[in-house]
Design a protein around this ligand. Structure first.
Ligand code: AMP
Ligand code: GLY
Length: 425
């Protein structure tokens, strides 16, 4: 069949890389894609939220499956757009309905869902401009640090963690009254701070059945030792060494199953990935967030470990037969180290020529912010490349990623050299 991947990052290059290996895929399109996807698929210059242009492409190219990378088109209802259109309704869309996407699109919606289904999460209350003063009173009842979350999508910047009560009150006011994050902060969730180590689990569900994909841990801060500004992600390690059988059983029984069952009970149409962000507090997992897509750069470490044909997994999602499929996972650890443009996540320059791509040995280079400029591959974003390597543990795998990163170059390239610093085994 002909397949379309929507998006342009490392996650989408990884999807395309796996899909291109499938004998079930005839023609592969990526919109808009990057220089990496251009080498294994046909890039089409269409924005991921331009639904009518996507429809035209799907019909013209006889596309039977659409894999949605980022959350934006999902939150805007791309799955419903396909389901409600006579010419598109038979296309398999990997990504939930607009209602399901609210798990990521609204923090309050997600918290209410978690509470309804008794899934462990941080205690919380939510507030609007009319209830700012009540919000300040609620802050007084909590211990620092204080966690403030803009309700809506805020490009990963909508969460503030503050030590000082006066600063927390001022920021609450800023978010609600001055709309610090625009419409996204018309509502703010204030929640209890959870003290522990983070990990993420990824679930592929057909709405009834699910497969739990390998765990991963990402490194969000720009600086070594987890310091400095938040980024989209500077690297990922899969599996997470501390996610032992006991913790995974708790995650499955207390979190994954009630989530999938809860969606089904509420008749929320959900065919796609659920990315569950967790904090392990003591020995217990608690949910800090849902995302309705795969993570980036987690995908670059998780998917290469999945040996199954990705298209058959997606077909299983489409016809609700994931219960007949067993995951086959590479036992080795995969590490993905991200090379970014100097200055990122603040201002940075683009169009820098990338060299060394043809010298890579023993790693896979997934492109994120790259494009073709004549015969050159040049930078076109903050996160530029993710270098994925396998080995028996994360230290050995990282050595390979770092060795290859030394051979890759562009003006002001930067990457973190301390991934895994917080892991002991
Ligand atoms: P989110 O956008 O909800 O993933 O939040 C961004 C980051 O803030 C998370 O990856 C955590 O590091 C941190 N965070 C969010 N909620 C909490 C919480 N309740 N307690 C501690 N850290 C949190
Ligand atoms: N790496 C975090 C995310 O994809 O949201």
């Amino acid at each position: 069949m002909n397949i379309l991947v929507l998006g342009s990052g490392g996650r989408e290059h990884t999807f395309a890389y796996k899909i291109a290996q499938s004998s079930l895929c005839q023609k592969l399109f990526v919109a808009p894609g990057n220089a990496g996807t251009a080498s294994i698929a046909t890039n089409v210059a269409i924005a991921v939220t331009d639904f009518s242009a996507i429809k035209e492409l799907v019909i013209k190219e006889n596309i039977e499956m659409v894999v949605v990378g980022p959350e934006d088109p999902l939150v805007r209802g791309i799955s419903d757009y396909f389901a409600e259109d006579n010419e598109l309704k038979n296309v398999v869309v990997i990504g939930p309905s607009k209602e399901g996407a609210q798990l990521e699109g609204s923090k309050e919606y997600a918290k209410e869902f978690l509470v309804r289904h008794n899934i462990p999460t941080a205690a919380y209350q939510s507030f609007t401009a009319d209830t700012v003063e009540k919000g300040k009173d609620f802050l007084e009842t909590l211990n620092p640090p204080y966690v403030l979350k803009a309700d809506g999508l805020a490009a990963g910047k909508g969460v503030l963690i503050l030590q000082d009560i006066d600063e927390a009150k001022a920021e609450l006011e800023n978010m609600l009254t001055n709309k610090k994050f625009g419409a996204a902060s018309e509502k703010v969730v204030i929640e209890e701070f959870l003290d522990g180590i983070e990990l993420s689990v990824f679930v592929l569900t057909d709405g009834k059945n699910y497969l739990t994909l390998p765990t991963a841990k990402d490194y969000k801060r720009i600086g070594e030792g987890d310091t400095g500004l938040n980024t989209g992600g500077m690297g990922a390690i899969s599996p997470v060494p501390f996610a032992d059988d006991e913790l995974m059983a708790k995650i499955e029984n207390q979190i994954i199953k009630p989530t999938v069952d809860g969606l089904a009970q509420e008749n929320i149409d959900y065919k796609g990935f659920i990315f569950i962000g967790l904090i392990k507090v003591g020995n217990d997992p608690k949910v800090i967030e849902y995302n309705v897509r795969m993570g980036d750069p987690e995908t670059e470490a998780v998917l290469p470990r999945v040996k199954n044909d990705l298209v058959s997994l997606f077909k299983g999602v489409g016809n609700q037969s994931l219960n007949t499929i067993t995951l086959d996972v590479d036992e080795r650890t995969a590490t993905a180290v991200v090379a970014v443009s100097g200055g990122y996540p603040e201002a940075y320059e683009k169009n820098k020529v990338i060299t060394g791509l043809d010298t890579i040995e023993d790693s896979i280079v997934f492109h994120a912010g790259t494009k073709l400029d004549g015969d050159n591959v040049v930078t076109s974003g903050g996160r530029v490349l993710a270098v994925t390597s396998f080995d028996k543990d994360f230290r050995e795998a990282l050595k390979k990623s770092y060795k290859n990163l030394e051979k890759l170059d562009f003006d002001k390239v930067y990457y973190r050299k301390d991934l895994g610093f917080d892991l002991t085994s």
